[in-house]
Structure formats: structure tokens, C-alpha cells
Design a binder for this molecule. Structure first.
Ligand code: G4P
Length: 194
């Protein structure tokens, strides 16, 4: 069993049938042992892909993304949700990302300087729910004419449509933990062999 799954069973809190609280070890306070293992699992899956850049979206994707980037020894680029005063519109790739969980739409952007058509980009995020964040990042990579090498997710809520949306786009997706259901205050996992 992955350490992340153990930690979810031990410290994850089911808030309701669609939200799992993991802020004691993944997206507020961060457990370095869990994070180290996450980096290792993503490396193992994506190491043959000749990745040139790891990309995520602020804020909670940054921690797992930097771990993988460190292991791959490539830069990590995070999409920003607020406009940096130092970056003109014509120097950005930007798109809108709607969060169903938070019911907000954010304009997310990266500097054109840090993505080029030669890049093979690994996208990393903490959660996959509706897939909006991942699709937004894919859109930014495509605007740059770069290639998406894959998407790596720490916790996938497989009962929400994100996974299927990425599969439909032909994306190579690897999720460390896949959750089948949060119903009845209980966490049910999809086992690795399924
Ligand atoms: P999507 O990107 O897959 O479409 O997901 P959705 O819009 O539903 O969720 C967006 C935000 O909500 C993301 O954070 C994501 O990490 C978080 N999220 C989604 N499901 C869960 C969950 O079950 N538990 C927790 N703890 N978070 C969840 P964000 O807007 O990028 O914010 P940030 O925390 O990274 O700044």
C-alpha cells in the first residue's frame, strides 16, 4: 500500500460525499515523508518520458511538483492565479479555470518565456476532480506549441469526471491514489490492479 494511501486512511477526513480533507499532510501542513514518496512514485512512472519541465498550478500543486522536478533535475513552472505586475499581457499564455469545488473562475497564466515548442511537459497536481485545472494547464502547454508528456495526480476522485476527460484527450495519466467513493463517510479506493 502506498504511504499516501495509508496517510489518507489514518488522517484524511471525509467532509461530505465529494470532498476529502487532507490538510494535515498534503495541502496545508505538509508531511515530507509523504511528499518524498510521491516524488518517487511519479519518477518511477514518468522517468522514460524525456521530460524537460514540470508544471503545476498554485498553490497546492507546487509541493509535489517541486519534488518531482528535483528528482528529474528539470525546472518546475507554476501557473499563477494573479497577474504579476511585471508581466505584460502580450508576454503571457493565459486561460480560464473554473473550480466546481470552490465555485470560482480564475484566470491562470504563465510567462511565454518559460514554455517553448521544444518542451515536453509533465503536469502535476494534488487533486483531480473535474479536471478543469489539468485541462487549463494542458491548454497553456498547447498554446506554446509544447508537448504534454503526461499528467501525474496525487489523489484522484475517480467518481468525478476529470479522469475520463483526460483519457478522452489521449493524455497519459497516472494517479498515485484513486478514490472510488466517499459515500457514507467512508473512503473506498480503486485498487492498483483494477
Ligand atoms: P478540478 O481542477 O479537477 O476541476 O477540480 P475542482 O475545480 O473541483 O477543484 C479545484 C480546487 O479544489 C483545487 O484547488 C483542488 O485541489 C481542490 N479540491 C478538489 N477536490 C478536493 C477535495 O476532495 N479535497 C480537497 N482538500 N481539495 C479538493 P485549487 O483551487 O487549485 O486551490 P489550491 O488549494 O491549490 O490553492
Amino acid at each position: 500500500m502506498s504511504h499516501l494511501k495509508e496517510k489518507i486512511l489514518q488522517d484524511g477526513v471525509v467532509l461530505n460525499e465529494s470532498v476529502l480533507k487532507v490538510d494535515s499532510f498534503l495541502n496545508h501542513q505538509i508531511d515530507p515523508i509523504v511528499l518524498k514518496e510521491i516524488g518517487k512514485e511519479f519518477l518511477e512512472y514518468f522517468k522514460e518520458k524525456e521530460i524537460t519541465k514540470v508544471m503545476t498550478i498554485e498553490a497546492s500543486g507546487i509541493a509535489p511538483a517541486i519534488l518531482v522536478a528535483t528528482k528529474l533535475e528539470v525546472p518546475m513552472l507554476f501557473a499563477k492565479k494573479s497577474e504579476p505586475s511585471t508581466l505584460e499581457n502580450e508576454d503571457q499564455y493565459a486561460t480560464n479555470v473554473h473550480s466546481y469545488t470552490k465555485n470560482v473562475t480564475s484566470r491562470v497564466l504563465v510567462s511565454k518565456k518559460y514554455l517553448s515548442p521544444d518542451d515536453k511537459v509533465l503536469i502535476i497536481d494534488d487533486f483531480l476532480a473535474n479536471g478543469e485545472a489539468a485541462l487549463g494547464l494542458i491548454n497553456l502547454v498547447e498554446q506554446a506549441g509544447a508537448e504534454v508528456a503526461g499528467v501525474g495526480i496525487c489523489v484522484e476522485k475517480s467518481f468525478q469526471p476529470g479522469h475520463q476527460k483526460l483519457v478522452d484527450k489521449g493524455i497519459d495519466i497516472f494517479s498515485i491514489v484513486r478514490i472510488a467513493s466517499l459515500e457514507n463517510n467512508e473512503i473506498t479506493f480503486i485498487e492498483e490492479t483494477e
